[in-house]
Design a protein around this ligand. Structure first.
Ligand SMILES: [Ca+2]
Ligand SMILES: [Ca+2]
Ligand SMILES: [Ca+2]
Length: 388
């Protein structure tokens, strides 16, 4: 049995303090203690009135909750503890960044609801590994929960939104307890990709993609010396246990990702396959969970783009600013480039360029020749990839 030494120490101090206060207690302190105890008991029983998790549905009904436009599913299968899968509905959409969907857990999915009552929330089902998740984690996995189904998409891509979270944070970041989640898409030709990945470095299109795991998304580990580098802290939301008050978010998990998007190429019009799984790594304790937004599995929403010219006409000299804006409804990043076309360059094709040799507004030329110019229009680096 491993322990979260730093957090357990803090918790023990909190309990000791509480014992000293209660006998002579002020009404306020006693009421606060009672409220905290009630909240902890309610959360343990999954009774947060603003957060509902239902683990009684069938695999078919759970999977169907994920399905949006352009996707039809069939042949739903599930492996794992019955209570490790379910649907959720949260009144406050800011808790997860989504208000409803499906949840898969390495423990009891009912216990993901807030408040955060323990830094080491666990249900050890004693269930075995999933080989694909073990390969992905790099460590032996336990308590695997895997939901899979066939689907027919209407276009050549599928996408959905999800959030990953864990009670392994932060004390078991950068360790072998690397709880892991995978979303494998297999197209009709048998090509399998895991789209539950993020760039290892933020804003780096050439940065390698890595799986969504505790070790790959975090804000470092304060119990290690020296502390390891934070990994993608830009997409991590800490929710560390607070023995003296509420945690940042009304959720049991110690940390969650921001809303991420899976996107994968598929074969339209025929049967493809999705395999969605999560597992503990190296032992079966300290829960992790993944939340998938309801109806977000879509296939028929194509990206769109447009170009704006400002101004599009006006008195000479005309300096035009061109802006290209694209949008992918699935949240996938887009790339941009500007092609000047095949027409030969002409002097009026000026782009944010102001003639320097004009001496008067009446177009009187100076006696000195104009500075030489490139026969082609100036080039500009494409705009940075936009986050939508
Ligand atoms: Ca917790
Ligand atoms: Ca477990
Ligand atoms: Ca775990």
């Amino acid at each position: 049995m491993r322990t979260k030494t730093m957090r357990v120490g803090a918790l023990a101090l909190g309990i000791a303090t509480l014992v000293m206060v209660l006998p002579g207690a002020s009404a306020t302190a006693a009421a606060a203690a009672a409220a905290a105890a009630a909240a902890a008991a309610a959360a343990a029983a999954g009774l947060n009135p603003n957060q509902i998790v239902n683990t009684t549905g069938t695999a078919q009904s759970v999977a169907q909750t994920l399905v949006g436009s352009g996707v039809a599913i069939s042949n739903v299968q599930y492996t794992g503890a019955t209570a490790a899968k379910g649907t959720f509905s949260f009144n406050d959409p800011t808790v997860l960044g989504m208000s409803s969907g499906i949840v898969l857990s390495t423990g009891d999915a009912n216990t993901v609801v807030g408040p955060n009552t323990s830094d080491s929330y666990s249900t050890d089902w004693g269930l075995p590994e999933d080989a694909q998740l073990t390969a992905l984690s790099g460590y032996q996995t336990y308590d695997a929960a895997v939901l899979s189904f066939d689907f027919v998409p209407t276009s050549n891509q599928v996408a959905f939104q999800y959030v990953f979270g864990s009670d392994e944070y932060p004390e078991f970041v950068n360790t072998q307890y690397n709880d892991v989640f995978g979303f494998w898409v297999t197209d009709n030709a048998g090509n399998t990709t895991n789209c539950a990945q993020v760039r290892q470095g933020a804003g780096g299109p050439a940065s390698p993609s890595v799986p969504v795991t505790v070790n790959n998304i975090n804000q470092s580990n304060p119990t290690q010396s020296p502390a390891p580098p934070a990994m993608r802290p830009d997409i991590f939301r800490p929710n560390y246990f607070n023995a003296t008050g509420p945690s940042a978010t009304d959720l049991e998990l110690e940390g969650i990702t921001k809303v991420l998007t899976c996107q994968a190429a598929v074969t339209p019009g025929v049967v493809n396959h999705l395999r969605l799984g999560i597992a503990d790594s190296s032992d079966g304790i300290y829960d992790s969970a993944v939340f998938l937004k309801a109806t977000s599995l879509v296939s028929n929403n194509n990206p769109t783009a447009g170009i704006g010219l400002d101004p599009s006409a006006g008195a000479a000299p005309l300096a035009v600013s061109a802006s290209v804006e694209g949008h992918d409804p699935n949240g996938a990043p887009l790339s941009y480039s500007i092609n000047w076309g095949d027409a030969p360059p002409r002097a009026p094709r000026r782009f944010r360029w102001t003639p320097q040799w004009r001496t008067t507004p009446t177009n009187t030329r100076a006696t000195t020749p104009p500075p030489s110019r490139s026969p082609t229009a100036p080039t500009r680096a494409p705009p940075a990839t936009r986050p939508w």
